[in-house]
Design a protein around this ligand. Structure first.
Ligand code: ADP
Length: 852
């Protein structure tokens, strides 16, 4: 070391006894400290000391029995290395210990042990002094030769190593820059040497001796390296040979004896894969890509991460149904029967589906629009899709698109990405294993958009018959023909479907069901299905139609039948428990509760037990079967009814009217409430309304103000100026749901007319319609859903715009018969129909006829 002469170590050094290695000057060593003496040294000397001096310690290799470090100080090796403690790291696991990083400075010799406890301290003499060597000119020549020889070997050794490794290159530079005297110590600690050899080098205080002892170690290392390189070379050749042999073996199919079994196995796999690729019916382009990839795979070492990636890719390519398809067995008559059997009602939808299938039957390659079923949840959209697949004899696969906001979900990730994989379309094809399945793209209206691209745009390519014969998934990177796939989409609303996508699709509205339809669906489809799922038979459980109606009206309020299905499931579960219990014990299940005088018809009781599942079981002989589900049993299982007919209650004061709203979940009835108070003519609107709805409210007020005299409407102080000293507040429940649209116009007018006239709106009237400033009523959408909602809620009279009359045709006859429709073309007609006995107009009846 250049600073060798400058090193002046203290004459008294604390001694660290190392078990694991021998520290030589110029090298660095990490040592673990856990013996009490050493720990004490670290604590009181290294951790507490603040001067540089205190970080210098004497490192003595513990040559005696390493285990006997407990009480007595072992006899110490006389020569050690003074070292600088560079780093101390403490840890408590698995037991308290320190890890010390020490750099050797120079040799020393123990002159006298000064104290043993708590850690040994010795008076020392520094041995490595640079002057000692440089001044001895006499031995220079001899030494020069030795050192030159040593230097040559050192260079030879280092050059045999991989010079591209930065540490090796640095070592090479150090050989030239360091003083020769320092080299033996440094190289000894780098090359492979035993502790014993290192100890000998440490003990070689004389430089000449040190050089002499180190040269054989260097030579040994050089020979070892040479041998290693020799053995490695033939192995590389071997590798090459194996690669060269591979093609031959493929032809001969004779596995030769190779020592490395694993490699052999893997090789077989690759051969198999190649065979599969060649025999698979993939497109020419795909075959070309695959063969290229397999060629690369063969050359790749197995440990390379890319190996697994390429293999996965090739396996997927082989698995994909390039040419595999099911045979269509399309027969329209059978399809009609199957559709009818699977689904009750939904005539319009079934009709359109049959038309679609008929065209398919006549013309094999249908490049028509994609069918998109739009309707509230639980109306059977998915289930019709499944039936279509069944009628065609095709595989069915559902792709849920709700919340998908990354285009690679559709089109896959490029293979350069970590964790890349194909998109949902290709994955779906792999799952079904044929290239002509029915793909149901569920919830296209819930596609998202994000920074990762627009999945709707990717879907465009999938759905476009002009493009999808060469759909390119990013992962595959070759075209796949999707033209044989039958796509069907479903959505709750068309409003959020991207226009370009909507353009590719033919929308078929699937409205909600009437109560009667629901009862039929329940008895024909849902109940048998639930019974089967719960292992029950009709001999064990009976659900009469009145009970189903009760479930529909009191426990569910939905356009579809999903909740109904769930409730039926809950009933079946409860009954299944009873049936299973009954199979084991004859004892009657005891229960008591439910009290208040319900009207139990057949209920004959001794101890005031109303009939319920268990009681029915009690009554029926033999014991339990069939368990009849009546309203009491329903209450037992499902709890108290969730919905009651509240309509009449809420209309018991002026300023309330029932509107009809359309939501993606079906139609709904909506109570519009108004109140007035002293104020400055302000209008307050609450209930999270959109701009259009706010405008409707302003229109309604303006129209009423301008017609106040005609209708004798006054404010609290009797003035015809309705807003004079009056504030109006309009509220639309449910307040948490955002609402918008013009169709509440007539309801707001009616509600305010009721408020200002002090008259009650008829409790069984619901209405919908857009208004104009002149008092015309304009048509609105979603009539069928709205009418069904009104019917569900038990309302009787429905006011709709005259121009919506045609929409009534879509409504089932029995629903129409239950309801009284009032067609209105102007607000006069609306008000007349909304109030019992009409809404008086002061003579001058000037009929407004819509010219629209
Ligand atoms: P959607 O896809 O419209 O949300 P699903 O197709 O999942 O609804 O239907 C929910 C359940 O209701 C399914 O079990 C389905 O069989 C049943 N269902 C819906 N409509 C009918 C119907 N008209 N006839 C028979 N079952 C029906």
């Amino acid at each position: 070391m250049a600073a060798g002469s400058a090193i002046q170590i203290p004459s008294r050094l604390p001694l660290l006894l190392t078990q694991e290695g021998v520290l030589l000057p110029g090298s660095t060593m990490r040592t673990s400290v856990d013996s009490p003496r050493n720990m004490q040294l670290v604590r009181s000397r290294l951790l507490k000391g603040t001067s540089l001096r205190s970080t210098i310690i004497g490192v003595i290799p513990n040559t005696s029995d390493p285990t006997s470090d407990c009480d007595e100080l072992p006899s110490l090796h006389r020569i050690g290395t003074a070292a600088l403690a560079v780093q101390v790291v403490g840890s408590n696991w698995p037991k308290p210990h320190y890890t010390l990083l020490v750099t050797g400075l120079c040799r020393f010799q123990i002159l006298q042990l000064l104290k043993e406890k708590p850690y040994p301290v010795a008076e020392v003499e520094q041995l490595d002094r640079l002057e000692q060597f440089t001044n001895q000119l006499k031995s220079e020549e001899e030494l020069g030769e030795l050192s030159e020889q040593f230097y040559k070997y050192a260079v030879q050794l280092v050059e045999m190593l991989d010079m591209s490794v930065p540490a090796v290159a640095k070592l090479r530079r150090l050989l030239d820059n360091l003083p020769r005297e320092a080299l033996p110590d440094i190289l000894t600690s780098i090359i492979r040497t035993s502790n014993q050899e290192k100890l000998q080098i440490l003990d070689a205080v004389r430089l000449e001796e040190r050089f002499k002892m180190t040269i054989p170690l260097l030579v040994r290392q050089i020979e070892g390296l040479k041998l290693l390189q020799k053995t490695r070379k033939p192995k590389q050749d071997d590798d090459k040979r194996v690669v060269a042999i591979r093609p031959n073996r493929r032809i001969n199919h004779i596995p030769s004896t190779v020592e490395d079994e694993e490699e052999e196995e893997d090789h077989d796999d690759v051969v198999m894969l190649e065979k599969k690729i060649r025999t698979s019916s993939m497109s020419e382009q795909a075959l070309k890509v695959c063969l290229k990839e397999i060629k690369r795979l063969k050359k790749m070492p197995q440990s390379m991460p890319e190996y697994a990636l390429t293999r996965n890719y090739l396996e997927l390519m082989v698995e994909l149904p390039w040419n595999k398809s099911t045979k269509d067995r399309l027969e329209i008559r059978a399809a009609r029967i199957l559709l009818d059997n699977d689904h009750y009602a939904m005539e319009k939808l079934k009709k359109r589906v049959l038309e679609y299938l008929a065209v398919r039957q006549l013309k094999n390659n249908l490049k028509g629009p994609i069918l998109c079923f739009v309707g509230p949840p639980g109306v059977g959209k998915t289930s019709v899709g499944r039936s279509i697949a069944k009628t065609l004899g095709r595989e069915f696969h559902r792709i849920a698109l709700g919340g998908v906001c990354d285009q690679s979900d559709i089109r896959g990730h490029r293979r350069t990405y970590v964790g890349s994989m194909p998109g949902r379309i290709i994955n779906g094809l792999k799952t079904v294993g044929v290239n002509n399945p029915v793909f149901l793209l569920d919830e296209v209206d819930k596609l998202g958009k994000s920074l990762q691209g627009d999945p709707a745009a990717a879907l465009l390519e999938v759905l476009d018959p002009e493009q999808n014969h060469s759909f390119t998934d990013h992962y595959l990177n070759v075209a796949f023909d999707l033209s044989q796939v039958l796509f069907i989409a479903t959505a709750n609303t068309t409003a959020t479907i991207p226009p370009a996508l909507l353009d590719r699709m033919e929308i078929i509205q699937v409205p909600g069901y009437t109560q009667e339809e629901k009862i039929e669906i329940a008895h024909r489809h849902l109940i048998p299905k639930q019974l089967e799922q719960h292992g029950l038979t009709p001999q064990q459980i009976q659900i009469p139609q009145v009970t189903t109606l009760d479930i529909i009206t009191r426990y569910t309020r939905e356009a579809g039948v999903r909740s109904l299905d769930r409730k039926l499931g809950a009933i079946c579960r409860a009954v299944a428990v009873k049936v299973a219990e009954g199979q084991h014990k004859e004892t009657k299940p005891d229960r008591a509760e439910v009290g208040e005088g319900e009207d139990c018809k057949e209920h004959v009781t001794e101890d005031a037990k109303p009939e319920s599942i268990s009681d029915t079981a009690d009554l029926a002989l033999p014991p339990e079967m069939p368990i009849l589900i009546d309203f009491h049993a329903l209450k037992d299982i499902l709890g108290p009814p969730m919905y009651e007919m509240e309509v009449s209650e809420r209309l018991s004061q002026p300023g309330v009217a029932i509107g009809l709203a359309w939501t993606p979940l079906g139609g709904e009835i909506m109570f519009v409430e108004a109140s007035r108070m002293d104020g400055e003519g302000q209008l307050t609107l609450t209930g999270q309304l959109g701009d259009v709805m706010k405008e409707s409210a302003h229109l309604a007020i303006s129209w009423l103000r301008s017609n106040a005299k005609r209708y004798q409407l006054t404010n609290a102080s009797g003035s015809f100026d309705l807003l004079d000293n009056t504030d109006i507040h309009l509220h639309f429940p449910a307040g948490a749901v955002t609402k918008d649209g013009p169709s509440a116009g007539v309801t707001i007018v009616t509600c305010l007319a009721s408020l200002f006239s002090g008259r009650l709106v008829c409790s069984d009237v619901a209405m919908t319609g857009e208004i104009t400033l002149r008092g015309l009523v304009l048509p609105v959408g979603g009539i069928k859903d709205k009418v069904l909602a009104a019917h569900r809620a038990g309302l009787k009279r429905i006011i709709i715009p005259r121009r919506n009359e045609k929409d009534l045709e879509e409504i089932a006859v029995n629903v129409r018969q239950d309801l009284n429709f009032v067609m209105a073309s102007c607000l006069d007609e609306v008000l007349n129909a909304a109030f019992d006995g009409g809404f008086a107009v002061k003579p001058r009846v000037e009929h407004l006829n819509s010219k629209l």
